[in-house]
Design a protein around this ligand. Structure first.
Ligand code: C5P
Length: 406
C-alpha cells in the first residue's frame, strides 16, 4: 500500500512531462503524499499551477528560494521522503546525476538524499542510444539508482524506438516495488498467478546432479512484479541463486517432476508463467549411493529419460489457467523457433530471448525479449530483468482484465 508514503517527484524538462501529471494523480489515488519539484526546463512543459493543484502541495523550483529554505531546507526536503522519483529523467539530468553535479534544486536534492532514487528516462531514441547516455545510465545503475523504462514506440519527434517515458501505471508499479509495497488497488487484486522459476537439478547419485545456468532472476522479478500489482502469487522455484521475493507463497523443488507436482497442486490459477529452465532430461537410473571412481573400471555412462513438459501439460490441463505464458530460450532463429514452440506447447504467449553466449543474458542482469502472442510479435528493447518483469506483469493484468485479447 502506498498510503502514507512520501514521494519526492522531480519533473524534468521533456515533452513527456505531461505524463507526470497523471503519475501524480495515480499516486494520490493510492494515498501517497507527493512533494513536487519542477526543474527550470520542466516548467517549460507543465505549469507549476497544474502540478501544485494535482499534488495538493506547493511546487519547489528554486535552490535559493528564501521562503522555502526558511520553511524546509533543501537537505531536509531530500530526506523527508520514502522515495525520490525522477520522471521524466532527461539525458541532461541523468548526466548531472551520474557526474555528481549539484547546480540546481533537482540535482542538489539528488546529491543530498539518503533515500532510494527511481528514474523514468524519456528522450529521443538517438539520445537514448548515445554512448554517453548509456555510460551515464550504467553509472547510475552501479550507484544503486533504480530505472523504469523507457518504452519503445513512436516518439513525439517523429522517430521510432526506445526513449518513450514508461506509462504512468508502470512507473507507479515500479514505485510500489521500490518501496516494497503492494498497491492498494492493484489490477491483479483477487487474482491467483503461478510462476515457475530457476533451474531444476536432476540427480545422478545422491551428491551429483545435472543442472543449467539459469539464475532464477527473471522468474523472481516476475513474481515480485505480479505481487506488486496485487496478485496472490504462488512461486514454484528450483534451486536458483536469485533470492525469492517476499510476500509470495514459496514452494521449493529440486527436480522437474517435483516442479510439475507442485504446479498441479497450486491450481486453479488465473494465469501461469513458466519462467523455469526445466531440465529436458533426467538420469534414467540415478544411483542410490555415491558412484565410486575405481581404477581400471569402465567409465560410467549416463542414460537419460525425458522429463515431463510442465508448460505443455498445464496448457492442455483440465484446470488450465485462463492465460498460460511460456518462455523460450533460443540461441538462433529466436522468433521463428518461439512461434513454433507456442503452437507446439499450446500456451497463449511466449516470451522469447536469445541466450547465445554472446548475448550475456543467461545469468546476466538484463534481458532482451520478444513477446509472441497469437497475432503479433513485439520486440522489446534490452532492459533490466525487473523492468521486463514489470512490463510483462502489466500485460498480464491487461489481458486478465479483458483489455487486450490473449
Ligand atoms: O522446450 P523449451 O524448454 O525450450 O521450452 C521452454 C518453456 O517450456 C519454458 O516456459 C519452460 O519453463 C517450459 N518447460 C517446462 N517443462 C519442461 C521444459 C520446458 O515447463 N520440461
Amino acid at each position: 500500500m502506498l498510503a502514507g508514503k512520501r514521494i519526492l517527484l522531480i519533473i524534468g524538462g521533456g515533452i513527456a512531462a505531461y505524463k507526470s501529471l497523471e503519475l501524480i494523480r495515480l499516486l494520490k489515488a493510492q494515498g501517497a503524499t507527493v512533494t513536487p519539484v519542477l526543474t527550470r526546463a520542466g516548467a517549460e512543459f507543465v505549469t507549476p499551477l497544474s502540478v501544485a493543484a494535482l499534488a495538493g502541495a506547493p511546487v519547489h523550483q528554486d535552490l535559493f528560494d528564501l521562503t522555502a529554505e526558511a520553511e524546509m531546507g533543501h537537505i531536509q526536503l531530500s530526506r523527508a521522503a520514502d522515495l525520490v522519483v525522477v520522471a521524466p529523467a532527461t539525458a541532461d539530468l541523468m548526466a548531472r546525476m551520474a557526474g555528481g553535479l549539484a547546480n540546481d534544486l533537482a540535482s542538489t536534492l539528488l546529491m543530498a538524499t539518503d533515500k532510494r532514487v527511481l528514474i523514468a528516462p524519456a528522450m529521443n531514441v538517438r539520445m537514448w542510444q548515445h554512448p554517453a547516455l548509456q555510460r551515464n545510465l550504467a553509472q547510475l545503475v552501479a550507484d544503486g539508482v533504480l530505472c523504469v523504462g523507457p518504452d519503445s514506440g513512436d516518439m513525439a519527434c517523429g522517430e521510432h524506438g526506445p526513449g518513450r517515458l514508461a506509462e504512468p501505471r508502470a512507473i507507479l508499479a515500479a514505485i510500489g516495488a521500490a518501496i516494497g509495497a503492494a498497491l492498494a488497488d492493484g489490477p491483479l487484486k483477487g487474482r491467483h498467478v503461478l510462476v515457475t522459476s530457476g533451474p531444476t537439478h536432476e540427480p545422478i547419485d545422491p551428491v551429483r546432479y545435472i543442472a543449467n545456468r539459469s539464475s532464477g532472476q527473471q522468474g523472481a522479478a516476475l513474481a515480485e512484479a505480479l505481487r506488486d500489482l496485487g496478485a496472490r502469487v504462488t512461486f514454484v522455484t528450483g534451486p536458483a541463486t536469485a533470492p525469492p521475493p517476499g510476500g509470495v507463497t514459496l514452494v521449493r523443488v529440486e527436480t522437474a517432476r517435483e516442479m510439475l507436482a507442485a504446479v498441479e497442486a497450486a491450481l486453479p490459477a488465473d494465469a501461469a508463467v513458466f519462467a523455469a529452465a526445466v531440465a529436458d532430461w533426467r538420469v534414467k537410473n540415478a544411483a542410490g549411493q555415491k558412484m565410486k571412481k575405481q581404477a581400471g573400471a569402465p567409465l560410467p555412462v549416463l542414460e537419460f529419460a525425458e522429463n515431463p513438459d510442465i508448460l505443455a501439460t498445464i496448457s492442455h490441463h483440465a484446470r488450465r489457467p485462463g492465460l498460460v505464458v511460456g518462455f523460450a530460450a533460443e540461441t538462433e532463429t529466436v522468433v521463428a523457433h518461439a512461434q513454433a514452440k507456442r503452437l507446439r506447447k499450446g500456451c497463449d504467449w511466449i516470451v522469447a530471448n536469445d541466450v547465445s553466449p554472446a548475448s550475456g543474458i543467461m545469468g546476466g542482469a538484463e534481458n532482451a525479449v520478444h513477446l509472441i502472442t497469437a497475432d503479433r510479435v513485439e520486440d522489446w528493447p534490452r532492459l533490466p530483468k525487473p523492468e521486463v518483469a514489470r512490463r510483462l506483469a502489466l500485460r498480464i493484468a491487461e489481458a486478465l482484465s479483458g483489455a487486450v485479447s490473449s
